[in-house]
Design a protein around this ligand. Structure first.
Ligand code: S3P
Length: 166
């Protein structure tokens, strides 16, 4: 049965939030919303927003997209990795079903290679990823109802686990 409140995927960059969220929504027969995609549709590529308007403007646009998405009832919503930095978003997530996706740093390298993620640009993206993960891990944990590691096995197993939990 489709969930009545939003089913939200949180976790670090490269954990598979978008690919898994899309499949979970399809399996549950509900709308899928990726808040990064909403921001990009409304304001242009994320790397350009970071470069021109700056991260804090991105965060306010991201917050608006999240508020809108969470107001749409039983959708599956994938949030960007930094969404949990916002205290209002964390408070909103208290009334949602929240899945925290994790990934081993050794696996993440292959997933983030060649993708446009401004916070990982420059030297040693994996070291940056690790630092960000350490900082944000307690925030993800504070909002999560369940945690699933996506490092091994087919993504479809993760999808099935979320669908049977929802
Ligand atoms: C960010 C993660 C990205 C995107 C932006 C900032 C972050 O989303 O929102 O580049 O702060 O971790 P993904 O987690 O989908 O890569």
């Amino acid at each position: 049965m489709a969930p009545a409140s939003p089913l939200v995927l949180v976790g670090p960059m490269g954990a598979g939030k978008t690919s898994i969220g899309r499949r979970v929504a399809k399996a549950l027969g509900v709308r899928f919303i990726d808040t990064d995609a909403v921001v990009q549709r409304e304001h242009g590529p994320i790397e350009q927003i970071f470069e021109i308007q700056g991260e804090s403007t991105f965060r306010s646009w991201e917050r608006a997209a999240i508020q809108d998405a969470l107001g749409r009832g039983g959708a599956v919503v994938s949030l960007g990795g930094g969404a949990v930095l916002d205290a209002d978003t964390r408070a909103d997530l208290a009334t949602c079903d929240v899945v925290m996706l994790t990934v081993d740093p050794r696996v993440v390298a292959g997933r983030i290679q060649g993708t446009a993620r401004p916070l990982l640009s420059g030297e040693d993206p994996i070291e940056r990823w690790r630092r960000i993960w350490q900082e944000r891990r307690p925030l993800y944990e504070s909002v999560a109802d369940i945690t699933i590691d996506t490092s091994t096995g087919p993504l479809q197993h993760v999808v099935d686990e979320i669908v049977s939990w929802a």
